[in-house]
Design a protein around this ligand. Structure first.
Ligand SMILES: [Mg+2]
Length: 243
């Protein structure tokens, strides 16, 4: 039987970005408006859906505070804060979530992939730093699709590359769940207990069709492997069907 494909979102799933992307949003808004927003406010927008793009979200947060910022100017500042001089900016504060061995063991059972709203250069900085030995194939980024999540384009691309294989998507916001549903992929939600909206987020992910909601991807092995094994016993899939 074809192996299932396990596709990860990056931010909040493979990588803890509270001190990197989220802090970059805070500092970008601070730079243009002189006001310091809370992380909770960012999470509020993320939970609501439609704000997968941190540049657009930063622009919106500035607008909420009464300051219109030209998009190009904002992007330049954001990238400067985030990237610094070749990776020594706020990006260097991000944390790889998988414990040693977790992804290696998952790779024994699943084809691993990535579908992220990051640009390829942003993803590569992180993967080269933390996951040189892990094979994510395919890895689909913002550069590869016309429409960002919740549009299912990226997952549909992966589906085409994995005919007959069941696709799982692991994401941390409602847009990820919507994206999975639109692509006919199964979905596992991640809701970090550190997030102050933890309970609401967990419920939102379940409401959007998550088959399970875990605290972080280190819990995937237990939950997903048990479930996958049970499915394999009870519902043999017709070969050639990607559904
Ligand atoms: Mg995410």
């Amino acid at each position: 039987m074809a192996r299932d494909a396990l596709v990860f979102d990056m931010d909040g799933v493979l990588v803890d970005v509270t001190e990197s992307y989220r802090e970059t949003i805070v500092q970008t808004v601070l730079h243009f408006t002189g006001r310091k927003i809370t992380r909770d406010l960012i999470q509020f927008y993320k939970n609501r859906g439609g704000w997968n793009d941190d540049w657009l979200l930063s622009q919106r947060l500035c607008a909420d505070l009464g300051t219109y910022v030209d998009y190009q100017r904002l992007v330049e500042k954001f990238v400067e804060l985030f990237k610094g001089n070749d990776g020594d900016g706020l990006i260097s504060r991000e944390r790889w979530i998988a414990q040693p061995g977790t992804l290696e063991r998952l790779a024994e059972r699943f084809d691993l992939g990535i579908f992220s709203g990051r640009r390829k250069w942003e993803a590569d900085l992180t993967l080269n730093r933390f996951a040189r030995d892990i094979r994510f194939d395919p890895a689909i980024y913002a550069d590869d699709v016309k429409k960002l999540k919740p549009a299912p384009e990226g997952l549909l691309l992966i589906k085409e590359l994995k005919p007959g294989q069941t696709l799982w998507y692991v994401g941390d916001v409602a847009d990820d769940a919507r994206c999975a549903r639109a692509a006919g992929a199964r979905f596992v939600g991640v809701a970090s207990p550190a997030c102050s909206w933890h309970k609401d987020l967990k419920q939102a992910l379940l409401d959007e069709g998550a088959e399970a909601v875990i605290d972080d991807i280190n819990q995937l092995e237990g939950r997903l492997l048990t479930r996958a094994a049970r499915n394999a016993e009870t519902e043999p899939r017709p070969s050639g069907s990607g559904a």
